[in-house]
Design a binder for this molecule. Sequence first.
Ligand SMILES: Nc1ncnc2c1ncn2[C@@H]1O[C@H](COP(=O)(O)OP(=O)(O)O)[C@@H](O)[C@H]1O
Ligand SMILES: [Mg+2]
Length: 176
Amino acid sequence: MPITSYRYRLPTRDATDLFGRALGSLLKPGDLVALSGDLGSGKTALSRAIGAGLGVVDPISSPTYTLIQEYGGRTPMFHFDPYRLDNPEEICDLGLYEYLEAGGVTVIEWADRVMPLLPEDRIEAEIEIDFMCSGKGDYEADAPRLITISARGPRSAAILEALARHSPLNVYHYSE
Ligand SMILES: Nc1ncnc2c1ncn2[C@@H]1O[C@H](COP(=O)(O)OP(=O)(O)O)[C@@H](O)[C@H]1O
Ligand SMILES: [Mg+2]
């Protein structure tokens, strides 16, 4: 059970960018963000915004083919994508636990594939495309996103509470 969860509505790409930057600016070395959501939901877009909030200057691309990508910045970012792994445990061979101790923030896309291997005190974020409210009904690219962001330990809960206090976006605090 998460300690705390919030749900935000991200009506546009700009809102996702704002949200990710705000989250990134609150993260410290050792923090872990576990992203899930369908293909095209916005995991890489959100990772990019988190990186911007961390002060990463190099362009952030999807790690689908490289599996892990390192970025320098005010706080370094380690960006994993276990989508193509045959076996979830292979994320350990990629150095997951070493990266978690390496003085940066770790962001993992398709994290649902490796969740049992992750440390408990993590931020989980699940992105959904809000088809119902797209206004067009048929084309997902510009539909609003809904993000459920949950903390599973005291450190991550403190981050999410700070984010909710400062967020310019609509926030629904739905469990404690
Ligand atoms: N509100 C939004 N938030 C995030 N992405 C959005 C939003 N609206 C449209 N998009 C678009 O959806 C796509 C998300 O792609 P991407 O981040 O690569 O998804 P994933 O990594 O989850 O497969 C991008 O083309 C992005 O511009
Ligand atoms: Mg992606």
